[in-house]
Design a protein around this ligand. Structure first.
Ligand code: PLP
Length: 379
């Protein structure tokens, strides 16, 4: 095709997205301070000013994960890359991995284990319920050769939070390493990586951290660092090999890939904001706004999917009321109110809505706006 052939019907010009309010399962609304940070001058990824910022960023991430792990940094790529990074570095073919599945993302973990040549042992729980610690213990009793236990802390597909502390205790009792998905939990609900003894953790920039998608903070314990250093077989991914990536994120600062500098300014800014607010205050804000949404939904006669003790404050999944065209409601919210809410995934498709109150979308004025819009559309 030549330039002359390329004659679109409509004049192509700069893209200006509408100003939406994002109250679905992610991304959440990017904070204006993060947007401003993204627009600052691009630096070379080996510029000393930039690498000084990288050091701060690692420290801020340690605070967010509550860990002293030196191996804590953001991976260039979405949460799925952080997920793959854990599995591909920690598994060698033939390793047995217990995966707890109670929603979509546990299912993806199984897929990762299989693709790395591992043997998955699946601990299955119903969608909308947390991982049952007893089932995990039973699986480890009958599979004493298990090397890793993997689970999702905050299942975005259902709005359930599992008891990470107890799951890690059980894994440790059976001498296993742990992989924990915190894509939806980081910044929105307590995570104590070191206290709970989590070995590998990954998250995403686009949820409770109020950044655009595309970065995945990760952290690895010394046990994982030693495991990966001691591998005799190469990690089956060049890009995600921790040993190679550390050439850049470690002290030698050698070129690995061209880091997305501006996106990293954005993540740095969001973590500065988290530090200024304080983790406990951020967790409390997410809970307060959840309580407000819950009270409003109750007056509309809308019921939660998840039992109260296991609900995620930042991801509220509710049953679509009988006789309502759920797709049409979401369409009208978007068209008439510029408001995005989430649909159900997998088994829950067409049956539930998901209201995200994450990061910069977890604000009382947005909760009120959302309830008001929903009431009008349902009337
Ligand atoms: N894990 C969980 C719990 C998620 O909610 C998501 C995304 O929503 C992912 C993993 C994958 O993250 P990403 O879409 O950024 O690749």
């Amino acid at each position: 095709m030549t330039t002359d052939d390329f004659r679109p019907e409509k004049k192509i010009t700069t893209f200006y997205p509408p100003q939406r309010i994002l109250m679905g399962p992610g991304p959440s609304d990017t904070h204006p301070r993060v947007l401003a940070a993204l627009a600052r001058p691009t630096l070379g990824h080996l510029d000393p000013v930039f690498t000084d910022m990288m050091e701060e960023l690692k420290g801020l991430l340690r605070y967010a994960f509550q860990t002293a792990n030196l191996l804590t940094f953001p991976v260039s790529g979405p949460g799925s890359v952080g997920m793959e990074m854990c599995f591909v570095n920690m598994i060698v073919p033939g390793d047995k991995v217990v995966v707890c599945r109670n929603g979509v993302f546990g299912g993806r973990m199984i897929e990762n284990v299989e693709r790395c040549g591992g043997i998955p042992v699946v601990v299955e729980d119903k969608w909308g319920e947390p991982v049952d610690p007893q089932k995990l213990e039973d699986a480890l009793k009958s599979n004493p050769d298990t090397k890793i236990v993997a689970f999702v802390h905050a299942e975005t597909s259902t709005g359930v939070q599992s008891d990470a502390k107890t799951l890690c205790e059980i894994a440790k009792k059976y001498g296993c390493l742990t992989i924990m998905d915190t894509v939806t939990s980081l910044g929105g609900t307590p995570i104590y990586m070191d206290e709970w003894g989590v070995d590998a953790i990954y998250s995403g920039s686009q949820k409770c951290l109020s950044c655009p998608p595309g970065l995945s903070p990760v952290s690895f314990s010394e046990r994982v660092a030693n495991l990966v250093k001691g591998r005799t077989e190469k990690v089956h991914s060049w890009f995600m090999d921790i040993n190679l990536l550390l050439g850049y994120w470690g002290s030698s600062r050698t070129y690995h890939h061209t880091a997305p500098t501006n996106s990293l300014y954005g993540l740095h800014e969001s973590l500065v904001m988290l530090y200024e607010e304080g983790l406990e205050h951020s967790w409390a804000r997410h809970r307060r706004n959840h309580e407000a949404l819950k009270a409003g939904l109750k007056t509309l006669g809308i019921e939660y999917v998840v039992a109260e003790p296991y609900r995620l404050p930042q991801l509220n999944s509710v049953h679509v009321p009988a006789g309502i065209d759920e797709k049409e409601v979401r369409r009208r919210l978007l068209a008439d109110y510029n408001l995005e809410i989430g649909a159900g995934l997998g088994d829950f498709a067409g049956k539930i809505w998901r209201f995200g109150l994450m990061g910069n979308s977890s604000k009382i004025e947005k909760v009120i706006f959302c309830l008001d819009a929903l009431e009008h559309v349902l009337a």
